[in-house]
Structure formats: structure tokens, C-alpha cells
Design a binder for this molecule. Structure first.
Ligand code: QZP
Length: 404
């Protein structure tokens, strides 16, 4: 038998369902099984290939020529199935079409452009933390902090009006479910697709946006000719889709990490400049964005396995971020490690364009908390909320001891 055939025969097959509730709520056992099964695993239930090892996830995300996004980064192949909404100009496009919107947004969301938000968000965080700690020492940290802070900071920064902001999280929950199969989670949201989409689309017009936010800056880029005026509302839509639930569950990951690792909380309190690193370590450790897909543009060989052209490939970010081949003691949340290189924000040309915004939010909230809170501990079982893409939360009951 030729070497190539031998390898082809060896392609491991799994009938596991990565989108089943019990897996979404506790994904690590499947991640370990997939990493150990081989560099590429065929998922028979969905007729897709899966990558779960760091090396191969990283390489495939960097190789946009062979692993495209333009066919959609969910299970649905846009070349055969009508997308549930007009495709994103950023997420669901490849170079060169991807490049202009990406350039515009990456400048608007770059660290120098965010400087003016730093003091503002520090004040928003202090006010929120003050309010929460004034009311109680036991509370749901998911609702009171992880949800509340981004909702106070981000929509204002985009320039949204005051009405309808309660639609942001449900819209995101729906959009992130839509990357998965059409399972019960998608069905549960189906009755709100039209209403939520109409609200979000209405917020993307120039008239709906204040003059000083990210949204207005996107429209200004269109006026300069860096984008077309047809593209501008879709780029605003990307902010509203990708910018809220991700940070909410990323902050929840931080709070969960600290509530279960008291020594790391003390370390952060002693060295508050670790706030950003601790956010990245929490993103590595929990991977708020668990998975998305790419599509093979040609027959492409991964570690000796030919992935046929047109095949969807499921990237397990969460599995890569805990690959013992890449990380020492990967299951440990550890502020002494260097988490850089994690793929929790993706990798390559599509790597999260909003990551500096997310880090700034985390820095503001964690810094304010670290100043006021000596101890944070769970008082009950944290509850997760199943979502086809996000490792999301429903409740994080905690008790805190404040600084005297
Ligand atoms: C969602 C968009 C992890 C990604 C799938 C997050 C995401 C990024 C961009 C958009 C939506 O452009 O709408």
C-alpha cells in the first residue's frame, strides 16, 4: 500500500455532535478525544472535517487561500444555501473584497484611536462596581458585571441611540447560533429573526448613529471613498453582531476564572497591570468563541490527509487553546504564563479586529474590581447557556469581600 493511501485509510471518523447541548455545556472531553484521534477527524454527522490541534488550527486560519471564509464560516455553505442575512463584508469575505472594510475598521478600532475611551471606560467601570458593591456582597456576577459593563460601555462608543438596546444580546445569541447546524437552538430563536434583524439594520443607518462614535467613523470613511455608501451599514452591523456577546462572555470567563482561582486574584490585585494578560489567559482557557468553519478552496492536504475541495472544516479554537502539545499544563488558568499566540481571537487576516476594544473593556472592569474586592468566590453552581458558537453563561453567583 502506498504511503498516501495508508494515511487516507487512517482518517479517523467521529459521530460525535459538537453542537449537542451536553457537549456545548462541557466541551473538553470531546476536544481531548478529537486532538488525540488525529490531526484531522471526519465528523460523519455533519460531513465536515475537524481540526482540534493547535498546530493545524493555527496553520489553517493563517492560510486563507486554501481555507476560505467567503462560503460562510458556519456549517451552511453559502454557495449552496441562502444565508440567513446578507453576508458580512468582513467575516464572510476573502481578500481582496475583505481588505477595504477590514482596513477601515482596524483603523477605527486600533489602540491609538481607543485612547480617548480609556478614561471614560475606567469611570464607567468604577461607577458600576460602586453601584453593585453598595447594594450587596452576594450577587450574580454574570448579570451585574459581565453583561452590565459592556452594555454600558460599547453601545455608547458605537453611537447607538437609547432605544432597543435590550435587543443586542438576543441578536448576538441568534447570530452565533446561526453558525451551527439548524438545531433546536436555532429553532428557539426563529420567531425573532425578522424583528431583531430589522432593529439591528435600522441602527446601522447614518441617521441612527451619533456624530462621535465608531458608527459615524465608518460613515465618514465611506464619505472619504475608503468604502462605498452601500458597504457602510453592513460594517456597522459587524460591530453590533460581533461586539457585544463576545465581550460579555469573555468577561464572564475572567470572573469565573478568578472566582475559582483565588491565588490568581491576589496576583492581579498585587499587580493590576496584569489585567490585560489575565483577560487573554481567560480567553485562552475558556475560548468564548469555541468554533467556526472554513471551506477548502481546493483539495488541500493537512498532515497527509486530503481534504476535498468544497468541504467545510470545523476549527476547534477551544481545543487548540488547550492543546498540551502547545501549552504547558493547559487546563490551568495561570497568570504567570504567556498566553500570546492563543487562537481565541482567531489568527491570520481575519483575526478579531475588535480585540483591542475587548481588552480595554476587560482592563477597565478588572482594574476597578481589583481595587475594591479582596476576595471573590462562588456561592453556587455557575450556569451556562448553550449556544452553537459561544461558550456562554447564564448565571455566576458570587460572594465578594470588599476592601475595608
Ligand atoms: C461575528 C460580522 C467569532 C466570529 C464569528 C465573530 C463575528 C465576527 C464578525 C461578525 C460576526 O462581521 O458580522
Amino acid at each position: 500500500m502506498s504511503e498516501a493511501l495508508e494515511r487516507a485509510v487512517a482518517l479517523p471518523v467521529s459521530d460525535a455532535d459538537p453542537f449537542a447541548h451536553e457537549v456545548l455545556l462541557d466541551p473538553e472531553p470531546l476536544h481531548q478525544a478529537l486532538r488525540e484521534a488525529g490531526p484531522v477527524v471526519y465528523l460523519s454527522r455533519y460531513d465536515v472535517h475537524a481540526l482540534a490541534r493547535y498546530e493545524h488550527v493555527h496553520a489553517a486560519l493563517a492560510d486563507w487561500q486554501h481555507f476560505e471564509s467567503g462560503s460562510g464560516v458556519g456549517l451552511a455553505n453559502f454557495r449552496h444555501e441562502k444565508p440567513w442575512r446578507p453576508p458580512s463584508l468582513l467575516l464572510e469575505a476573502d481578500p481582496p473584497r475583505h481588505d477595504a472594510p477590514r482596513r477601515v475598521l482596524s483603523e477605527i478600532l486600533a489602540p491609538p484611536a481607543l485612547r480617548r475611551l480609556r478614561t471614560r471606560w475606567a469611570a464607567v467601570a468604577e461607577e458600576l462596581v460602586d453601584q453593585v458593591l453598595r447594594d450587596a456582597t452576594e450577587f450574580d456576577a454574570f448579570v451585574a458585571l459581565a453583561e452590565a459593563f459592556p452594555l454600558r460601555a460599547f453601545p455608547d462608543a458605537v453611537g447607538l441611540g437609547p432605544d432597543g438596546r435590550e435587543n443586542l444580546l438576543p441578536y448576538g445569541n441568534m447570530a452565533f447560533n446561526a453558525f451551527g447546524p439548524r438545531n433546536d437552538l436555532v429553532a428557539a430563536d426563529a420567531h425573532r429573526v425578522a424583528e431583531l434583524s430589522a432593529w439591528v439594520n435600522a441602527q446601522c443607518t447614518r441617521e441612527a448613529l451619533s456624530a462621535d462614535g465608531f458608527g459615524a467613523q465608518i460613515w465618514a470613511a465611506a464619505d472619504r471613498g475608503d468604502l462605498t455608501h452601500e458597504q457602510a451599514p453592513l460594517v456597522v452591523r459587524s460591530l453590533l453582531t460581533a461586539g457585544v456577546d463576545t465581550t460579555v462572555h469573555g468577561l464572564a470567563a475572567c470572573l469565573y476564572a478568578f472566582a475559582t482561582h483565588p491565588s490568581e486574584w491576589q496576583r492581579l490585585r498585587e499587580r493590576p497591570e496584569l489585567a490585560r494578560t489575565s483577560f487573554d489567559e481567560a480567553v485562552r482557557w475558556q475560548s468564548p468563541v469555541q468554533t467556526f468553519f472554513r471551506t477548502a478552496t481546493t483539495d488541500v492536504t493537512v498532515a497527509g490527509t486530503v481534504v476535498p475541495r468544497g468541504t467545510k472544516i470545523l476549527m476547534f479554537l477551544g481545543a487548540a487553546n488547550r492543546d498540551p502539545g502547545r501549552w504547558h499544563d493547559p487546563d490551568r488558568f495561570d497568570l504567570t504564563r504567556d498566553p500570546s499566540g492563543h487562537v481565541g481571537f482567531g489568527m491570520g487576516p481575519h483575526q478579531c479586529v475588535g480585540q483591542h476594544v475587548a481588552r480595554l473593556e476587560a482592563e477597565a472592569l478588572l482594574t476597578a474590581l481589583a481595587r475594591r474586592v479582596q476576595r471573590i468566590e462562588l456561592t453556587g453552581t455557575p450556569h451556562r447557556h448553550p449556544n452553537n458558537t459561544l461558550r456562554s453563561w447564564a448565571a455566576l453567583p458570587v460572594r465578594v469581600q470588599t476592601v475595608a
